[in-house]
Design a binder for this molecule. Sequence first.
Ligand code: PLP
Ligand code: COI
Length: 349
Amino acid sequence: MTGPEKDFDWDSLTFSLTQTDVMYVATCNLGEAWDEGEIKPYGMLEIDPAAGVLNYGQGIFEGMKAQRTLQGRIALFRPEENARRFQRGAARLGMPPVPESMFIDAIEQVVAANSAWIPPSGRGALYVRPVLWGTGPIMGVAPAPSYTFCVYVTPVGPYFRGGLSCIDLLISDQFHRAAPGGSGEVKAIGNYAPGMMPSKNAKKSGYAEVIYLDAVHHEYIEEVGAANFFCIKDEVLYTPELTGTILPGITRDSIIEIARHRGYEVVETLVSSKFALAADESFCCGTAAVISPIGTITHGDSKSVFGDGGVGPITRELYNALIGIQTEIAADPFGWLHAVDEELPLNLC
Ligand code: PLP
Ligand code: COI
C-alpha cells in the first residue's frame, strides 16, 4: 500500500477516478450467506459475459464521502443510511441484501487501508463507491445465480466546476429519469445511462445539467441529474416530495433536518416548474454535488435568474452548516459523523 506521491496535487482534484491502493470484494450464491470478503489490490475483476449485470443491468451502487476533519479524524457521513438504501435497492432488483454491519465494516476497511488517499481537510474527500452486481451467468431474464459486493474509493474534488459557484440548468421537456412503478427511488445502475445523452447535449449548450420533470404530468420537478432539488421562496424551503420516482437523497434529508433545526420551514410537496422558476433561491444537492447553488434555470423560451445570479444567503448558510458538520468545523448535533479508525485490522487476501 503506497498512497499518493508525496507532492500529489490535491487542488487539481475533480470528480473523476484516481486509482487507489486496495478494494474490497465479497461474493455469495443466491440463497446462501456472503463469504468473509477480503481486501485486495485495486484492479481488474474477471466476469462471465453472461453475467446478469452485463446483460440485464442487475446492479446497484452507493456513494458517500470520507473526510479528513479539522481534528485530523477520518469521518464518514451517515453511512448507515447508505447501507439501508443499498438494502432497499437490492430487494427491488432481486439481489441478496448486504447486511448493514458487513456494509459498514467493508467501507471502514477500504477507507482505513486507503487513508493516505484522503485529501487534507477542506481540499476534497475520499469518495466511497460500494457496488452490488449480479455476476453469475444467466440467460433468461431472472436473478443471477451469484453476486459480487465490491467497494472501491477515489479522492475527489467538486462535482460541478467551481465549488460554491452558481450553475445554469435546463429543464428537459423531452426526457424523463423515472416513471411511477419503475426503479427511480433506488440507485439501480440502469437509471444512469439514459441520462447521459440528455446531459451531454445540455452541456454542449452551456448548461451544467438537466432538470427532469415528472413523467405523468410533465410539470413537477423531480431531480437534477444525480442530485435532489430545492428552491426557497419567502424564506421557506420547498423540495419535491418522495413520490417513488425520486432518489431519497441522504444529503436532501440532512438539509431538511439542518434547515428545520435552524428555524426554517421546509415543505416537501409537488414543486411545479412554474413555482420553481419564480423562487428567490434554488440549489441541488447530493453526496457528489454537496450543495450546488443554481444561478439560472431555462425552460423552453423562459430563463429565470435567481436573486442577482449569485449564491443566495440561505443556500450559503445551509452549505456552511452542512460542510461544517461533515468536516468537524462545527458541532454535530445530530450524531451523523461515523469515525473510522486508521489502524483498523484488515481482512487481507
Ligand atoms: N438523486 C440521484 C439520482 C442520485 O444518484 C443521487 C446521488 O446519490 C442523489 C439524488 C443524491 O443522493 P445522496 O444525497 O444520498 O448522495
Ligand atoms: C453521488 O452523489 O454519490 C452520486 O451517486 C452521484 C453520481 C452518480 C456521481
